[in-house]
Unconditional design. Sequence first.
Length: 103
Amino acid sequence: MTLRARTLPALGALLMLGATPALADDTPSGPCLAYDQAIAHLSRQYAETPIGLGLKTDGDLLQIFASRKTGTWTVLSIRPDGTSCVVAAGRSWQEIFDPQDLV
């Protein structure tokens, strides 16, 4: 079973348990929930931690989570109000450069 097939239902279940989805026309189509709930799930279920982030042109934050232990990765789009939506997820994460090499 792929990570996406495992992650999306689990995050969807969190939404049904009380997290409020905040989907809009410009929001990714993945499940959305509060940031603290999203990172707790990614840490607990996949041992993922934040490895990078950047500000999108629409003002949302894009954050990448990954795990050396599991090889999984997830990309969240985070709104200023903390609503976090899964943009993409997968497996076989590989680091291709040392972040200290960035200028």
